[in-house]
Design a protein around this ligand. Sequence first.
Ligand SMILES: [Zn+2]
Length: 224
Amino acid sequence: MKRFAMLIVATWASLLLVGSTSAAADMGMQSALAGTIVGDEQLSGEEIVLLAEDSVNQFAAENGLSQTQWHNLADQDVVYGPCGQATAYYAYYYCPRDSVAYIGYSQAEYFNDGTNRLAAAVLVAHEWGHHLQHVMNPAIRFSSKAYENGADCVGGAWLKWFVTREGINLGLGDVNGFWQLAIMIESHGEPGDTHGTRYERAFAMFSGYAWGLASCNGYTPTIP
Ligand SMILES: [Zn+2]
């Protein structure tokens, strides 16, 4: 299993690096957005989330797909929605009962500080992935690993679109950052936890990155 994982990470690393180098050459220069999101300047949780949501909405529009509603939480915000409580520190989930993605700014900062500057953004795209799954199957209750791995796949597909569009150069540090993210958010087998292991989550993100949104249908119906 370990060797398999190393292979995934190595393949992912080469694809990310080769893909982003040619994209950057095509674009000629990095946009101001790329400069802030991958540069030295640290964005606040709010800035990262707003950038990510705006970009995910554009990704949806360009692909003719449904956009989700976002409900962002700052500081001491507490919301009691149909899927339970959401706070700035713990919210990062999609609720199929009201078709709203609840995103906490503090949670976003935690994801980014622990791994890389696009971690919180990829996970915003993950929540939109659940919205796509919900649109395809309105009766969905997200009760299996296929939904979580499938949403990670959507996160990877968004990442590829984003770095290409922005002319972002991902480095080895970013690749390692996504591996660290997979470790941070992996399931440890708690009862009822439908998230994947670090290997499954890294591979799902890699799949979306390498093969695009349509490949995410391999997990569960995601796009028509
Ligand atoms: Zn999820």
